[in-house]
Ligand binder design. Structure first.
Ligand SMILES: O=C(O)C(=O)C[C@]1(C(=O)O)C=C[C@@H](O)C=C1
Length: 116
């Protein structure tokens, strides 16, 4: 229980100000994340085209393993939950792989036939 909320619906103006200041920073960080993700997807779009043109598979599990390893280490030193960092990267990479598959289809490669 805090002493700032009187329970009457009135919130201490200092608390309001602190919340607004923190939310401004959150909004700036969210904007930076969106811009950085947009740049990342511009790069992966180029990778998708390169892979499609040279008949390379959309996914590269060995590369992903190295990225996850690296990101987990970075997360630990930044005091961010490494499991969260891994989930976040996997989420983004899954989307990239969908894009790669679509680019390959649009470039006439189509899905690879099953082995055997
Ligand atoms: O580096 C690649 O080969 C990519 O296609 C990019 C990327 C990524 O988004 O980082 C996506 C799919 C691969 O499985 C590995 C990494």
């Amino acid at each position: 229980m805090t002493t700032s909320n009187t329970g009457t619906g009135a919130v201490d103006p200092a608390v309001r100000e602190e919340l607004a200041r923190l939310r401004d920073s959150i909004d700036n960080i969210d904007a930076a994340v969106v811009h950085m993700l947009a740049e990342r997807f511009k790069c992966t779009q180029q990778v998708g085209l390169l892979k499609a043109r040279h008949a390379l598979p959309p996914a590269d599990p060995a590369r992903e393993a190295r990225q996850i390893d690296r990101l987990r280490t970075l997360a630990e030193s930044a005091k961010l939950d490494p499991a969260f960092a891994e989930k976040f990267l996997n989420f983004i990479i899954a989307e990239v792989i969908h894009h790669h598959e679509r680019i390959a289809e649009d470039n006439g490669a189509g899905p690879r036939p099953a082995a055997g």
